[in-house]
Design a protein around this ligand. Structure first.
Ligand code: CP3
Length: 341
């Protein structure tokens, strides 16, 4: 087993900087398109053999140091009782969005072994077949709440913020319910065999620091302390667009903080006092540049990260569907070729 990734999460010395890519199983890979051509996205998530197959593809093609379970953050939301659909051009749609007390009351906690048995099954196949660690994941409560309240993606998150500001108690009840679901969901992934987990807070960056601290952070803290009280595995917290709030983000208790590309990793390491490892943070659009440019940007990040407690190389957000595969491969090769840590 290649455990470079796990060592870097814990801030231990590694022979090279480990690398994986958010959304590494996805549409930029012809091999993924081939499988996806036969089934819709949700069926792919819910068929363990197929989910396992597309999870392994990028590990073999790109030679990354970790795999991430193929699924979606909205899968447990469907189990809470909301109808979920992925439309080809509009992204996720959740029907009958949550707007009042009755809507919140109707939401169920989940029983992972009954509601999402395909998740543990895919994990079991993967832990048998993979030679790199498997990362499990969940959406963070705030990000999941935005989808549940808006009914899908949003520009200004007015419905979410209206609920936060007008009926904070209702919003907090919703967040508490989602938090219980996330704890159950991640516990089940860990007992099935994932070796690290990442909490995706894709929309944390729409919040001011004071609102992040009041409405989002307490729930992430609760999740991480619940996991840490039972299991000794690394937790990565990725608050996208959260670089201006890193001191708060660090209070989550995560072992590793994910970074987008808007901050120099050396400045991030200073902001967190070198007390947690860092993951990131190449602009995903760099992969549309020349191979020389990609190498130069990789070198720049590796150099900036020298003072961090630990560093896992990644993009600053998910890889884009239009990305040339050969450039993703060139990025991974450049990370591996450059310096030992
Ligand atoms: O990283 C991986 O390889 C694991 C798989 C994974 C997916 N979604 C597969 C996916 C992970 C970790 C996610 C997380 C996820 N899902 C997030 C958090 C990460 C982030 O990007 O900030 C969010 C916000 C979602 C919700 C979601 N799922 C959206 C907004 C979309 C549509 C966007 C798009 O690119 O079409 C999805 C669909 C989705 N999730 C796809 C994949 C591979 C594309 C589906 C397809 O094959 O058509």
């Amino acid at each position: 087993m290649n455990d470079t990734f796990l060592k870097a999460c814990r801030g231990e010395k590694t022979a090279y900087t480990p690398v994986w890519i958010m959304r590494q199983a996805g549409r930029y890979l012809p091999e993924y398109q081939k499988v996806r051509g036969k089934v819709d996205f949700l069926t792919l998530c819910k068929t363990p053999e197929l989910a396992a197959e597309v999870t392994i593809q990028p590990v073999e093609i790109l030679k990354v140091d970790a795999a991430i379970l193929f699924s979606d953050i909205l899968i447990p939301v469907e189990s809470m009782g909301m109808k979920l659909e992925f439309s080809e051009n509009k992204g996720p749609i959740l029907y009958d969005p949550i707007r009042d007390e009755i809507d919140v009351l109707k939401l169920k906690n989940i029983k992972p072994e009954e509601d999402v048995p395909f998740v543990a099954e895919a994990i079991k196949i993967l832990t048998r077949e993979l030679k790199v660690p498997l990362i499990g994941f969940s959406g963070a409560p705030f990000t999941l709440a935005t989808y549940m309240i808006e009914g899908g993606s949003s520009k200004n998150y007015i419905n979410t913020k209206r609920m936060m500001y007008q009926t904070p108690e209702l919003f907090n009840n919703l967040m508490a319910k989602i938090t219980d679901v996330v704890i159950n969901y991640l516990h089940s992934q860990i007992s099935a065999g994932v070796q690290a987990v990442q909490i995706f807070d894709s929309w944390a960056g729409i919040l001011s620091p004071v609102d992040f601290q009041g409405f989002a952070l307490p729930y992430v803290k609760k999740i991480i302390s619940a996991l840490k009280s039972k299991y000794d595995i690394p937790v990565i917290y990725f608050a996208f667009n959260g670089s201006t709030m890193l001191k708060l983000v660090k209070q989550s208790g995560a072992d590793v903080l994910g970074l987008d590309w808007r901050i120099d990793i050396a400045d991030a390491a200073d902001a967190v006092n070198r007390e947690v490892s860092l993951q990131g943070n190449l602009d995903p659009c760099t992969l549309f540049g020349t191979k020389d440019l990609i190498k130069a940007r990789v070198a720049n990040i590796l150099n900036s990260a020298k003072g961090a407690k630990g560093h896992i190389f990644n993009l600053g957000h998910g890889i884009l569907p239009e990305t040339p595969v050969e450039n993703a491969i060139a990025m991974v090769e450049a990370v591996h070729a450059l310096i030992a840590r």
